[in-house]
Design a protein around this ligand. Structure first.
Ligand code: ADP
Length: 475
C-alpha cells in the first residue's frame, strides 16, 4: 500500500479484521479518513497468544540480530517519512512540518535503541568469601502491553516498542482510537523489517477500557506501559496490581515556564513560543504556567503579543500553518471553559477569541492569572498562553512546585548561581534551562510525583524492559 493506510488490527504479522467498524476522522475537515475494525475479545486473546509465542522465539535471538532488525525498521520509517507524516497530519491535524519533525524524532528512538540493544551489561560482584562467585545479568521481562495517546502518534509508539524489542520483549499496543493509523503503519513496517512475527501487535479499539482490562488482567503480560492522562494512569496502575506487573507511566504535567529579569528576553520568547505552541499546545510537556518577573512583564508582553497574533491557524496541510486544529471539538470546548473561568475570576484576554469553526482555536494570551483559576491547575492542552506575574525567586519556586505534577519545567536566567539553585529546586523530572524544547531520544524522559513512573529514552529506557537476575555460584 503506497499510502500506508490500513484499516485493521495487526496480530502475529497479519491483519485481523472484524465486522464492527468505527471511523477515524480528519480533525481539520471532520471527514472520515477510513473505517477501521474494532477489535473483538478473540482478537485480544489472539494477540496475547501471539506475543507469548513471539517472546519464546525472541529468546533465541541475540542482541546484534535485534539491533540489525531495528536498524532496518528505522531505515523503512525514514524511507516512508513523507507518507507517514502525511498520514499523521490527516489523523492528528498537526502542521505537516511538525509531522515530518515527529517522524525524525520518533525514528530517532528506533535508532537509539538499536544501538542500546548491544549494551545491556550485567555486573560481576566481588564475593564476600573465596568459595562463591556473584554475578548479575539482564534478561527481557517478557510480554509487554502498552497504551498510547493521540498527541504524538508515532513517537509515543516508537519509544516504547523499540526498547522493548531491543531488550527481547514482545509487544501488544493499543493506540488511541483517534490516531490508530500511524500505529498500524509502524507495525506493518516493523514486520517488513523482519520483526519476529507476533513481536509487535496492534489492537485497534474504541473500547479502551475493555481492552485495557483484558491486558492488565492477563498473567501472560508481565509489563504495562502507558502514556496518557493521570486519571487513566491511576486506574491502570491499580488494575496492574492484581498481577504485580512492572509498570511505566508517562502521565499529565503542568509545566512552569519561568522568565527571570536577568534573562535574554528575545531568547526566552523564542523558547516560550516553541514550548507553548508546538502541536497547538497539545503536549504533556507544553509550558502551562508562564511566570514572568514583574519588572519585565510589560516588555515581554509587548514583544510576544505580535508573535502570537502572527501564528497562522489552518489545516495542517496548508504550507503556512503554524497551528492545526485541536484533536476534536470537545478539546476546544474545554479550552473555552478554562478561558471563561479565568476571565470570570479577573484575568485579562489578549487576542481574538472569535469562533473559527470546527476544532480550530486561535492562539491567545491570558494575563493576570491567579491560583484561584482552573487554568492555573489544569493542563490547557491548547494554544493559550497563561501569564502569572511574580516578584521573588523563592516565591516563584514555591509556586512552580505547588502542584501534584512534576513532568517538565523550564526557566530562563543568565545567572549561573540562580541556574543551579532553580535546577536543583524544581521538583520535576525534566528541566529546560534557556531552552524550550528538551525531548531527545538519548535523554531520560519522565516525571516525578503524579506525572508518572519510569523513564523513556536514554540508556534508562532499555532497563524498563529488563529484569536483573542475580546468580550466586558456590565453587
Ligand atoms: P487523552 O486525554 O490524551 O486522550 P487518555 O488518558 O484519555 O488521554 O487517553 C490515552 C490513552 O488511554 C488512549 O489510547 C485511550 O484510548 C486510553 N484510555 C482511555 N481510558 C482508558 C481506560 N479506562 N483504560 C484503558 N485505556 C484507556
Amino acid at each position: 500500500m503506497s499510502d500506508l493506510i490500513f484499516s485493521d488490527s495487526f496480530i502475529n504479522g497479519e491483519f485481523y479484521q472484524t465486522s464492527s467498524r468505527f471511523s477515524v476522522d480528519d480533525p481539520a475537515t471532520e471527514q472520515s479518513i477510513v473505517d477501521v475494525s474494532d477489535i473483538d475479545e478473540q482478537g485480544v486473546k489472539n494477540a496475547i497468544t501471539a506475543a507469548q509465542g513471539a517472546f519464546v522465539k525472541l529468546k533465541s535471538t541475540n542482541a546484534t540480530e535485534r539491533s540489525d532488525t531495528l536498524m532496518r525498521w528505522y531505515d523503512l520509517v525514514i524511507k516512508h517519512k513523507q507518507t507517514l507524516a502525511t498520514l499523521m497530519t490527516k489523523e492528528q491535524g498537526k502542521p505537516l512540518k511538525e509531522s515530518l519533525g515527529e517522524i525524525d524524532y520518533g525514528a530517532g528512538f528506533i535508532k537509539w535503541f538499536a544501538e542500546e540493544a548491544k549494551r545491556s551489561y550485567g555486573d560481576v560482584i566481588p564475593a564476600t568469601d573465596n568459595s562463591h562467585r556473584l554475578t548479575s545479568f539482564k534478561q527481557p521481562i517478557g510480554v509487554v502491553a502498552g497504551i498510547t495517546p493521540w498527541n504524538f502518534p508515532v513517537a509515543m509508539v516508537t519509544r516504547k516498542v523499540a526498547p522493548a524489542y531491543a531488550a527481547g520483549c514482545s509487544f501488544i499496543l493499543k493506540p488511541s482510537e483517534h490516531t490508530p493509523l500511524c500505529a498500524i503503519a509502524l507495525a506493518y513496517l516493523a514486520d517488513q523489517a523482519g520483526f519476529v512475527k507476533g513481536a509487535f501487535n496492534v489492537l485497534v479499539s474504541q473500547d479502551a477500557k475493555k481492552v485495557g482490562k483484558m491486558l492488565t488482567d492477563s498473567e501472560v503480560v508481565r509489563k504495562f506501559t502507558f502514556t496518557g492522562s493521570t486519571g487513566v494512569g491511576k486506574q491502570l496502575l491499580s488494575q496492574c496490581a492484581s498481577t504485580i506487573k512492572r509498570t511505566s507511566m508517562e502521565l499529565g504535567g503542568n509545566a512552569p515556564f519561568i522568565i527571570f529579569d536577568n534573562a535574554d528576553i528575545d531568547d526566552a520568547i523564542d523558547g516560550l513560543m516553541a514550548a507553548k505552541f508546538r502541536n497547538s499546545g497539545q503536549a504533556c510537556v507544553a509550558a502551562n504556567r508562564i511566570f514572568i518577573q514583574r519588572n519585565i512583564l510589560n516588555d515581554v508582553l509587548e514583544k510576544i503579543t505580535p508573535k502570537v497574533a502572527a501564528l497562522k491557524v489552518a489545516n495542517g496541510f496548508d504550507e503556512n500553518a503554524d497551528i492545526g486544529p485541536l484533536i476534536y471539538p470537545k478539546a476546544k470546548e474545554k479550552v473555552q471553559q478554562l478561558i471563561k473561568d479565568a476571565l470570570d475570576k479577573g484575568a485579562t484576554l489578549i487576542g481574538d477569541n472569535s469562533n473559527l469553526g470546527g476544532s480550530f482555536q486561535n492562539p491567545l494570551i491570558v494575563t493576570n492569572v491567579t491560583t484561584q483559576m482552573d487554568i492555573y491547575h489544569e493542563e490547557v492542552f491548547g494554544p493559550v498562553l497563561t501569564v502569572i506575574p511574580f516578584d521573588e525567586e523563592s516565591e516563584v519556586l514555591a509556586l512552580a512546585n505547588d502542584v501534584p505534577y512534576g513532568l517538565a519545567a523550564y526557566f530562563y536566567s543568565q545567572n549561573i548561581k540562580q541556574i543551579y539553585r532553580i535546577s536543583e529546586g524544581l521538583e520535576f523530572g525534566m528541566v529546560g534551562v534557556n531552552e524550550g524544547v528538551i525531548s531527545n531520544p538519548v535523554a531520560p524522559f519522565g516525571g516525578v510525583k503524579q506525572s508518572g513512573l519510569g523513564r523513556e529514552g536514554g540508556h534508562q529506557g532499555l532497563d524498563e524492559y529488563l529484569e536483573e537476575k542475580y546468580v550466586c555460584i558456590k565453587l
